[in-house]
Design a protein around this ligand. Structure first.
Ligand code: NAI
Ligand code: MG
Length: 491
């Protein structure tokens, strides 16, 4: 046996376990100075432009078009032309080939897309790389699989495409929401005019290059950028047969009013104020992870975020303590750093909304906790926040904050949990944490929410339908259900 070196006291024992910077290179993204609208397979010079920025430091990234009524009209014409000129009559198996190609190209170029998504939207690269991109590709694969099986999906109902779909998407999952909308529309034989959100147009514009590579016929997908005015023009356009909208309840209601009696098909995926319900028999540490994922994922810019936490009274204290301890390990900062857990707030306007609602929580009497963290000086930032002592009537328990802000409430019995969870105008999602399968089913039957997660949260799969009750909207995206809004039936 060899002699062991005596232990030296001078050996450097690390006492600081902070992470070294691990920035993802942005070299992989090549931006143009200026982008037009993508219409009929080529770039249309915009009449007006605005600057799109990086929320992490307000760096100007590019100029993009503010779509006018004339731009929208040309895009709808292009979509109509492509619809009539073969796309709608193409055999499903041929349409599928394009969808599979797009899916594979997204996989091949996923790093480029992930970096751009984090740059333009502020979300951590870890999430755009591991969630947004894989799911976006999965949606195209999934709906590619349905394209030639529509008659089996809807036996004896003779499915046929609707026509031109106008699609308006938000800024929280820019490319993923594009995939949720474009993939089922194309699978069913429709053509598309899509309007990305004003703060996050860049991955949709990069997607046009994927369409070129996939050799998708010109006009099948058209992209017009701009703000709500461009969206409103698209909604009103006579040549659009169907509108699919994801965004605020306020705008969703306006669109529904606008389209009433028009005969246009409509699906709305709107806000949420989900209840995440934790029973005292749950695996507490797992629940804490689920709570964190439920509300701090994507800075809480998630329509199905678990923003109202209902904790059974008997475990309130230990749970809050564990949660606070866990929050202190969340790394807030540069979205392009691979270790970042919580990135930048998407826009100044959204930051102001969060600040206003958090101030209201304090004023109404809730107790605030934020872990110590140093926020960057430039850009838009908000520390992960927990409110305790929250009454159901407080605005922070009623209104969608769409930020990294959790409101904790308590309950004693399952009945009380259901009553409080359903006490909201929304109904998009909910979570249940318990070891009892029977209780999960009992809760799932009573919670008025489109998705109920059990012992997990924020799980998405293209095969699983997603959508709301009440003011969270109507219609489903994903799964077999997600085909229906893009089809007409001979019945
Ligand atoms: P928004 O509803 O105004 O924007 C969503 C999309 O709709 C964007 O593309 C926007 O340009 C477009 N739009 C705006 N006004 C329109 C109109 N009159 N007609 C047609 N399209 C229009 O949402 P905003 O102002 O960005 O965020 C406000 C709040 O809405 C957020 O704080 C959050 O609470 C909620 N929200 C919910 C989302 C969800 O996924 N359910 C997504 C985005 C926002
Ligand atoms: Mg708005």
């Amino acid at each position: 046996m060899s002699e062991l070196d005596p232990r030296s006291d001078d050996l450097a024992v690390p006492d600081d376990w902070t992470y070294a910077p691990a920035p993802e290179s942005r070299e992989v993204v090549r931006l143009r100075e200026r982008y037009g609208h993508f219409v009929g397979g080529s770039w249309l010079e915009p009449a007006e432009t605005y600057e799109t920025i990086a929320p992490r430091d307000e760096e100007a990234l590019a100029l993009v078009g503010q779509g006018t009524a004339a731009d929208v009209d040309r895009a709808v014409q292009a979509a109509r032309g492509a619809y009539a000129d073969g796309w709608s009559a193409l055999p499903g198996s041929e349409r599928a080939k394009y969808l599979f190609r797009i899916a594979r190209l997204l996989q091949e170029r996923s790093r480029e897309f992930a970096v751009l998504e984090s740059l333009n939207g502020g979300k951590p690269i870890k999430e755009s790389r591991d969630v947004d991109l894989p799911l976006a590709a999965a949606h195209f694969f999934y709906y590619g699989g349905w394209a030639d099986k529509l008659e089996y999906a809807f036996p004896n109902r003779r499915p046929r495409p609707v026509g031109v779909a106008g699609q308006i998407i938000p800024w929280n999952f820019p490319l993923l929401m594009l995939a949720w909308k474009v993939a089922p529309a194309l699978a069913c034989g429709n053509t598309v005019v899509l309007k990305p959100a004003e703060t996050t147009p860049l991955t949709a514009l990069l997607f046009c290059d994927v369409l070129r590579q996939a050799e998708l016929p010109p006009g099948v997908v058209n992209i017009v950028t701009g703000d709500g005015r461009t969206g409103a023009t698209l909604v009103e356009h006579e040549g659009v047969d169907k509108i699919a909208f994801t965004g605020s309840t306020e705008v969703g209601k306006a669109i529904q009013r606008r389209l009433a009696g028009s005969g246009k098909k409509l699906t709305l995926e709107l806000g949420g104020k989900a209840a995440n319900v934790v029973f005292d028999d749950c695996a507490l540490d797992q629940a804490v992870e689920g709570i964190v994922n439920g509300i701090y994922f994507n800075q809480g810019h998630v329509c199905c975020a678990g923003s109202r936490l209902f904790v059974q009274e008997s475990i309130h204290e230990p749970l809050v303590e564990k949660l606070k301890r866990r929050l202190s390990t969340l790394r807030v900062g540069d979205p392009l750093d691979k270790n970042t857990d919580v990135g930048a707030i998407n826009s100044r306007a959204q930051l102001e909304k969060i600040e206003e609602l958090v101030a209201s929580g304090r004023e109404e009497g809730a107790e605030i906790y934020q872990p110590p963290c140093v926020l960057p000086e430039r850009g838009y930032w908000f520390a992960p926040t927990v409110f305790t002592n929250v009454a159901q009537s407080y605005r922070i328990a009623q209104e969608e904050i769409f930020g990294p802000v959790l409101s904790i409430l308590t309950f004693r019995t399952p009945d009380e949990a259901v009553e409080k969870a359903n006490n909201t105008p929304y109904g998009l999602s909910a979570g249940v944490w318990t070891e009892k399968g029977s209780r999960i089913l009992w809760m799932a039957q009573r919670l008025r929410a489109g998705v109920v997660w059990a012992n997990t949260y924020n799980r998405f799969d293209p095969a699983s339908p997603f959508g709301g009750y009440k003011e969270s909207g109507f219609g489903r995206e994903g799964g077999l259900h997600g085909l229906e809004p893009y089809l007409e039936f001979d019945e």
